[in-house]
Write a protein that binds this ligand. Structure first.
Ligand code: ZN
Length: 409
C-alpha cells in the first residue's frame, strides 16, 4: 500500500512537471491569433485565416519556423473555436488542455488535422478554400500541378555590359527531372501503383452522420501523403525522389540599362519539385561593378578630366575614356576649370527604351602643389601680366548656373 502511493506520487509529480514545461514553452492562444477573450466567432475565424495564409507551408517551403507557427495557430483556433475547450482554457490555461483533459499533446495537431479543418474555415466558395484544397488535393478531386522552388542568383555586370546589354551563359545547380524514371521516382518508371487507400485522389473522406445531416470531412491520405500514387520499387538514379541535382548552363539576355538590384526572371529554369511537376523560375539579381574611370548618373556617365593650366590656356586635343573605348576631344584655348563637355549618345541605353544617355566630361584645371625654384621664377614673371588677371564676363557661368543648365537644359 505504501509502495503504491509513492509510485502514484512520482507519477503525479512528473505530470505536474510536464504541465509546467508546457506552460513555460506554449504561447497564449489569444496572443497567437491576436484576438481578445471576447472575440466573436467571425472575428476569430478571420484572425485564424490570416495566420493560416501567412504561414501556410506551400508559401513557406522548407521553413520549420513557419510550420511551427502554422500549427500553433491551428491549435489555438481549434481550442478557442470550441466553447467547451475555450471555457476550460480560460479557467485553467494550457494546464487545462493537457493530456487526458482532451487537448493536444506536446506535438500539437498534425498537418492532417489542420487541413481537414480548412473546409469550414475557408468555405468552398472562397478563393482561399480552393487555394488550400488545391494545395492538398482536397475536395472536388481536382489536383493542382505542383511547382518547384525558384532559384535566385546574383550576377555582376561591368559598366559596358550594363550600358549596351549583354548575353551571358550562367552556370546553376538545379533540380531537374530524373530521366531514368521520368520523374515519378520508381524503378524504370513503371514500379508505381495507384494508392489503394485513397484510390489515387490523395485524400481520404470520412462521412459522419449528425443531427444536421451528413458531414463529410476530408484529409490528406496518410498512405501516400497526398500524392495519390505509391512507388513500389525505387529508382536507382534518384532514389525515389524523381529529380536529380544537375549543373546547367543557361543562356540569358540582359537588356541594356539595367541597374543594381533589378531582378530578371527566366521562366521554368528553377527547381522541379519531387516526383513530378513544373519547375520554378530562375531569378537573376543584378549587381553593378564600379568602373575605374566612369561614374554612372542615371543614364549619363561622368568623367573627371584633369588638365594643367598651360593646356587649358593654350588649348589641346586629348583622349578620354568612354564606355566603348577612347574618344578624342578638343579643349578650346582659355578653357576654364569646371567646364562640362557633353559627348552625346555616349551614355547608357535606356532600359526598354530607344534613348541613350550622354557622357559628361568635367574639366578640372590642375594647380601645381609644389614648385621648383626655376618654375617659381618663371611664374613670378607672369604673375602681374594683364592676361593672367581673372576677368569673368557674363558668359562665364559659375558652378551653380552650370549645374542648373545640366539639370534643366
Ligand atoms: Zn529516377
Amino acid at each position: 500500500m505504501k509502495e503504491r502511493r509513492s509510485v502514484n506520487a512520482s507519477l503525479f509529480r512528473s505530470f505536474i512537471l510536464s504541465l509546467f514545461e508546457d506552460m513555460a514553452t506554449k504561447r497564449d492562444y489569444y496572443e497567437i491569433l491576436g484576438v481578445d477573450k471576447n472575440v466573436s466567432p467571425e472575428d476569430l475565424k478571420k484572425a485564424y485565416r490570416k495566420m493560416a495564409i501567412k504561414y501556410h507551408p506551400d508559401k513557406n517551403p522548407n521553413d520549420p519556423t513557419a510550420e511551427e507557427k502554422f500549427k500553433e495557430a491551428a491549435e489555438a483556433y481549434d481550442v478557442l473555436n470550441d466553447p467547451q475547450k475555450k471555457a476550460r482554457y480560460d479557467q485553467y490555461g494550457h494546464a487545462g488542455m493537457s493530456g487526458a483533459a482532451g487537448g493536444y499533446g506536446a506535438g500539437g495537431p498534425t498537418m492532417d488535422d489542420i487541413f481537414s479543418q480548412f473546409g469550414d474555415v475557408f468555405g468552398d466558395d472562397s478563393p482561399f478554400g480552393s487555394f488550400f484544397r488545391g494545395a492538398n488535393g482536397g475536395g472536388g478531386g481536382r489536383q493542382r500541378v505542383r511547382r518547384g522552388s525558384d532559384l535566385r542568383i546574383k550576377l555582376k555586370l561591368n559598366l559596358q555590359e550594363v550600358a549596351n546589354g549583354v548575353e551571358k551563359k550562367i552556370k546553376v545547380k538545379r533540380h531537374v527531372t530524373c530521366t531514368t524514371c521520368g520523374g515519378n521516382g520508381s524503378k524504370n518508371g513503371t514500379a508505381v501503383q495507384t494508392c489503394s487507400t485513397c484510390q489515387g485522389t490523395g485524400q481520404t473522406r470520412k462521412v459522419v452522420n449528425t443531427m444536421l445531416g451528413q458531414m463529410v470531412s476530408t484529409s490528406t491520405c496518410p498512405t501516400c501523403n497526398g500524392e495519390g500514387k505509391l512507388v513500389t520499387d525505387r529508382c536507382d538514379t534518384c532514389f525515389g525522389e524523381g529529380r536529380v541535382l544537375q549543373e546547367d548552363v543557361i543562356p540569358i539576355k540582359i537588356p541594356a540599362g539595367v541597374a543594381e538590384g533589378i531582378q530578371l526572371s527566366v521562366g521554368s529554369k528553377g527547381n522541379v519539385p519531387p516526383r513530378g511537376g513544373v519547375a520554378g523560375d530562375l531569378l537573376i539579381v543584378i549587381e553593378e561593378e564600379e568602373d575605374a574611370d566612369l561614374k554612372r548618373d542615371g543614364n549619363n556617365v561622368v568623367f573627371d578630366l584633369y588638365v594643367n593650366f598651360v593646356d587649358a590656356a593654350i588649348g589641346m586635343s586629348v583622349e578620354v575614356p568612354t564606355i566603348d573605348g577612347k574618344a578624342r576631344i578638343t579643349l578650346d584655348p582659355g578653357t576654364q576649370s569646371g567646364k562640362i563637355l557633353r559627348l552625346k549618345g555616349k551614355g547608357v541605353k535606356e532600359l526598354n527604351g530607344y534613348g541613350r544617355g550622354d557622357e559628361l566630361v568635367h574639366v578640372n584645371v590642375w594647380t601645381p602643389k609644389t614648385l621648383s625654384a626655376e618654375e617659381r621664377s618663371l611664374l613670378e614673371k607672369l604673375r602681374n601680366s594683364p592676361n593672367f588677371q581673372p576677368k569673368p564676363n557674363k558668359n562665364e557661368k559659375g558652378f551653380f548656373d552650370k549645374m542648373k543648365d545640366f539639370f534643366h537644359g
